[in-house]
Write a protein that binds this ligand. Structure first.
Ligand SMILES: NC(=O)c1ccc[n+]([C@@H]2O[C@H](COP(=O)([O-])OP(=O)(O)OC[C@H]3O[C@@H](n4cnc5c(N)ncnc54)[C@H](O)[C@@H]3O)[C@@H](O)[C@H]2O)c1
Ligand SMILES: O=c1ccn([C@@H]2O[C@H](COP(=O)(O)OP(=O)(O)O[C@H]3O[C@H](CO)[C@@H](O)[C@H](O)[C@H]3O)[C@@H](O)[C@H]2O)c(=O)[nH]1
Length: 480
């Protein structure tokens, strides 16, 4: 059997590496239009940082795992073709800011139609709006010259989370496969199911109809993000009342109907999926006339934006309503720990707001490069894909207020405050006395991830703000 995957990104790379690793007799080729990305997959330094990924790729690469830009050739030869291209939120035109941009998706479908001379199973791996499989079927049916060729479209959404992708792929809670309930559709589902059952217990490989599978992915992300916005909304109430959100999370999480996971109050959720997928859900609801349902889900994003604003407002108010010219140390830029991914990271919003108030930012992240941070902070809505290496006037402006540091200690030296944006483990074990000694007083810590102990840090002398934590006595309620 030969599997091809179009899209060698955060999903295509690790998921295909896991299939190749677990099924040495299946040839797996991961394809991309970006030569640089493929070169990195073929090098010693893989394009993404993900714990455990190197071992899996290095074991299977060259044996039965290959990375290539020769998309048409390998798609033409494959029995199963995964589509794992990016499906970002549209940034212009109809539906801008909400609908999924299916440009890459459609181009992948057209490539398949052009390249295929025999019947194939096509697997939607990307997160797509419900009913996308129908669009793919139409593109393939109308573009494939040989009408005897069959395409069975399956929906097999991916549920891995970055930072834990390898564990998630090795032991998934479930694998979901949706297909047409026809003879050939069911046969296609069985073929893909058999691939996963090589390492996933069969009771965890669940099947559904195509539309249920597509909609389950958007729904899962909406539910997960909703939990974070719910606890973040409560964190604001905690600060107003003296309750401690950590205690509230623990107390409600012990109810087995609620469960303890995804109840960490934070500066807000980031990442390439939650906001995009909820907005997509909102757009779909609006398109079918379900305004109330759309409004309900949109409020999850509204609370997330509110939480990021609230965090910066807390910083400003505590620091006497001005950060002009003040050095602010930012600890962490990635959207969560154990990844170098910065897509939709709350750090971007927080830095932007502080820079608008003329702060000088000194940022340290163990995995994110300076180039990436500058690019992220320089984006404007209509220039979202700067070619690598291009220096824009906005980048030059950003560099006047933003520097990167090699350690947390370097970032904090001479700073008025530290803002913790990412919950990297190393931030939990820093020598906070040493950090304090090198800072301007009063020295503040704004903990956007609730990872430090406010009591201990207050003993050192820090003024500490934690999300949903009782307020620091140094800062009066009115200042907040
Ligand atoms: N990142 C995650 O943790 C995650 C988890 C689950 C699902 N998803 C979903 O998976 C999809 C992919 O996400 P990602 O994070 O891997 O994106 P990504 O941007 O990291 O990777 C997508 C890749 O597809 C390539 N590509 C685009 N069009 C192409 C074409 N026509 N031919 C060949 N290659 C093409 C791009 O060059 C890019 O390298 C999205 O729909 C996303 O919502 C992502
Ligand atoms: O209690 C929590 C849990 C998470 N977060 C934040 O939420 C964001 C997303 O975290 P997480 O879900 O762990 O990472 P992702 O890689 O974005 O994974 C989500 O998005 C993927 C893409 O669709 C899905 O496949 C995963 O199942 C889903 O968890 C990050 O900024 C986290 O810091 C919190 O603030 N509090």
């Amino acid at each position: 059997m030969k599997i091809a995957c179009i899209g060698a990104g955060y999903v295509g790379g690790p998921t295909m590496a896991m299939i190749a690793y677990k099924c040495p007799d299946i040839e797996v080729v991961v394809l991309d239009i970006a030569q640089a990305r493929i070169d990195q997959w073929n090098s010693d330094k893989l394009p993404i940082y993900e714990p455990g990924l190197d071992e899996i790729v290095f074991e299977a690469r060259g044996r039965n795992l290959f990375f290539s830009i020769d998309v048409e050739k390998h798609v033409g030869e494959a029995d199963i073709i995964f589509i794992s291209v990016n499906t970002p939120t549209k940034v212009r035109g109809v539906g801008a800011g909400a609908a999924a941009d299916l440009t890459y998706w459609e181009s992948a479908a057209r490539t398949i139609a052009k390249a295929c001379t025999s019947s194939k199973i096509i697997v939607e791996k990307s997160t797509v709006p419900v009913k996308t499989a129908e669009a793919v079927e139409k593109v393939l049916a109308r573009n494939c010259v040989d009408k005897s060729i069959r395409f069975d479209i399956l929906s097999n959404p991916e549920f891995l989370a970055e930072g834990t992708a390898i564990d998630d792929l090795k032991k998934p809670d479930r694998v979901l496969i949706g297909g047409r309930e026809t003879e050939s559709g069911l046969k296609a589902v069985a073929t893909l199911k058999a691939v996963y059952e090589r390492w996933v217990p069969s009771e965890r490989v669940i099947t559904a109809n195509l539309w249920s599978a597509e909609l389950s992915k958007l729904t899962a992300n909406a539910f997960l993000a909703q939990r974070i916005s719910s606890i973040n909304a409560i964190s604001a109430l905690c600060e107003a009342t003296g309750a401690n959100v950590k205690q509230v999370s623990y107390a409600i999480g012990t109810d087995s109907r609620i469960g303890p996971k995804f109840l960490n109050a934070s500066v807000g959720f980031g990442g390439s999926c939650f906001q995009k997928d909820i907005l997509n859900l909102v757009y779909i609801c609006e398109s079918v006339g379900l305004k109330e349902v759309a409004d309900y889900w949109r409020s999850v994003v509204t609370i997330n934006d509110y939480q990021k604003d609230r965090f910066v407002n807390r910083m400003l108010e505590a620091m006497f309503n001005t950060v002009s010219g003040k050095r602010c140390a930012i600890f962490g830029f990635a959207f969560k720990k154990d990844t170098g991914d910065t897509r939709e990271t709350p750090a971007i919003d927080v830095c932007h707001k502080l820079m608008a108030d003329k702060a000088k930012i000194a940022c340290y992240d163990p995995q994110v490069t300076e180039d990436q941070m500058i690019r992220d902070l320089s984006l404007d809505p209509y220039m979202w894909d700067h070619p690598a290496g291009q220096v824009t006037p906005k980048m030059t402006m950003v560099k006047q207020q933003f520097t990167t540091c090699k350690t947390a200690y370097e970032a904090a030296a001479g700073a008025h405050c530290i803002a913790i944006m990412t919950e990297w483990d190393e931030f939990k074990t820093l020598d906070y006395q040493k950090l304090y000694d090198g800072m301007v007083k009063p020295a503040y810590i704004f903990d956007g991830r609730n990872i430090v102990d406010p009591v201990k840090l207050r003993e050192i002398g820090f003024v500490v703000y934690g999300i949903g934590q009782p307020l620091d006595p140094f800062v009066t309620e009115s200042a907040f």
